[in-house]
Design a protein around this ligand. Structure first.
Ligand code: F0G
Length: 458
């Protein structure tokens, strides 16, 4: 008999989670104004809101916490993190920040100015936010295949090099502070970028004299997909692949809450000492002194250890096979989602499931509420509520895709939880035609409305 796959860890500490009744959930959801961010975590049985900062640290990471050096300047923990970044990503210079968006804030304060253009593969919301906040424009140059959930393409995170070159050739280089490559591309469904594509981006960057920045939140998951899917990488280790990936970048921003498996933390990695010098000033202003930048020593230690563990094949295989396990169950039940299965989440195609509900009634948010009511599972809407209003016309923006993201925290849930999620989704899917109406907005903030929006049933 073939030996089945099993996780490459055993469990040493557990946290109790609570089941609830449908009546309780109906009450709680109403009180939360149909916005899943407003729920208390105790009202959630399985929390798939995000894979960011929600993973389980290892015993080695916890022991590193005890060794943290909390000195204000020159802490041992800073040097431990510096060594990890140099060894794993190859950056000579770095600045710690409290999370990913803080790294964006500091780096973009140096590089991005009014009127600039920043091409990239579907910039993450905070990245786009930090670009637009500086009155610059984020231009999405992702390949077209990414916008059809049913097209199977191994590297749906790829940048379209023709689209990219057209941007690079349309503006003077002084107006293009960087090209952003998001690995994996969260917005298009946790989809990877191929090494070939990264080389192509590097070649264009050199041709036009523009630097390349990797938004690195899930860089290790990206390397795993390269190993599995790209010709010539099968026999390389994840760490070798990562080293090659970053040989094509000038700098990186990182939310360490994902692939470095910590609850809080981030950094900027840089090859240029001059850039480091300029960014240091902003780091001191916004984050903290250059050797801690918003992180405790213990957290820098855990981060350094997490970077090492997070770039080991066995860990990544366990992680991504769990996401695949959930995806294969949903597939079996006929539930449509972004294909192929991404690294950190399943992005369910709400537009296809609730096609009888108009987009003005927020299909993905409606589906998210139904899944919560079914079994206390919390996903997150990646659709019209998140897309917000056009800053000029103030009209609602309706993106091509209305998705409900089920993000899987690292090393947190078992496959029994995946079975519960799949069964709950099947029940919602089977009764989809009985869901007659969606939601309407009662109150919303002028920007980033999805966190605080208040909705009501129609
Ligand atoms: N870049 C990417 C690709 C991200 O997915 C995120 C965060 C950030 C940058 C910002 O990092 O949260 O540490 O400030 N993504 C989380 C998510 C919030 O749920 O996907 P941060």
């Amino acid at each position: 008999m073939e030996i089945p796959f099993a996780e490459s860890f055993k469990i040493k500490m557990v946290e109790t989670i609570k089941r609830s009744t449908r009546e309780e959930r109906e009450e709680w959801l109403k009180t939360a104004n149909y916005n899943l961010f407003n729920l208390k975590s105790d009202q959630v049985f399985i929390d798939l809101l995000t894979d960011s900062g929600t993973g389980a640290m290892s015993d080695k990471q916890w022991s590193e916490m005890m060794l943290g050096d909390e000195s204000y300047a020159g802490a041992r923990s800073y040097y431990k993190m510096k060594d990890a970044l140099k060894n794993i990503l190859g950056f000579d210079h770095f600045l710690p920040t409290h999370q990913g968006r803080a790294a964006e804030n500091v780096l973009f304060s140096v590089l991005v100015k009014d009127g600039d253009v920043v091409p990239g593969n579907s910039h993450f919301d905070t990245t786009k936010g930090h670009i637009e906040f500086r009155k610059a424009k984020a231009v999405d140059v992702t390949i077209d295949e990414a916008f059809d959930t049913q097209i199977d393409h191994p590297f749906k995170g790829n940048l379209d090099l023709v689209k990219l070159e057209s941007v690079l050739s349309s503006y003077p280089k002084e107006q293009i502070p960087m090209i952003i490559v998001t690995v994996t591309c969260n917005t298009s469904g946790g989809q990877p970028v191929s090494m070939k594509n990264m080389k192509g981006v590097r070649a264009l960057a050199d041709k036009y004299g523009v630097p390349v920045c990797y938004d690195s939140a899930r860089f290790a998951e990206n390397a795993y997909f390269i190993k599995l899917r790209e010709e010539g990488y099968q026999d390389k280790t994840i760490k070798e692949i990562v080293k090659e990936m970053y040989s094509y970048a000038d700098m990186a921003t990182m939310s360490s809450k994902k692939d470095a498996i910590v609850n809080m933390g981030g950094f900027i990695g840089m090859k240029s000492k001059d850039l480091w010098k300029q960014a240091s000033t902003y780091n001191i202003m916004f984050e903290g002194y250059v050797t801690y930048g918003g992180m405790s020593g213990r957290d820098m230690n855990a981060l350094a250890q997490g970077l090492d563990e997070g770039t080991e094949f066995d860990y990544l295989e366990t992680r991504i096979k769990q996401v695949e396990y959930l995806g294969s169950k949903l597939e079996e039940y006929g539930i449509p989602f972004q294909k192929p299965i991404g690294g950190h989440a399943i992005f369910v195609d709400a537009k296809k499931i609730l096609s009888h509900i108009p987009k003005e009634e927020f299909q993905a948010q409606t589906l998210g509420c139904e899944l919560y009511l079914e079994a206390g599972i919390r996903g997150v809407e990646i659709g019209a509520i998140l897309a917000d209003r056009d800053p000029e016309t103030r009209e609602n923006r309706y993106p091509d895709l209305e998705l409900l993201r089920l993000a899987i925290p690292r090393r947190t849930y078992t496959n029994n939880h995946m079975d519960v999620i799949a069964a709950a989704f099947k029940n919602v899917f089977d009764r989809r035609k009985s869901i007659k109406h969606g939601l309407r907005i009662v109150d919303e903030a002028p920007i980033m409305r999805h966190f605080t929006v208040q909705l009501d049933k129609i």
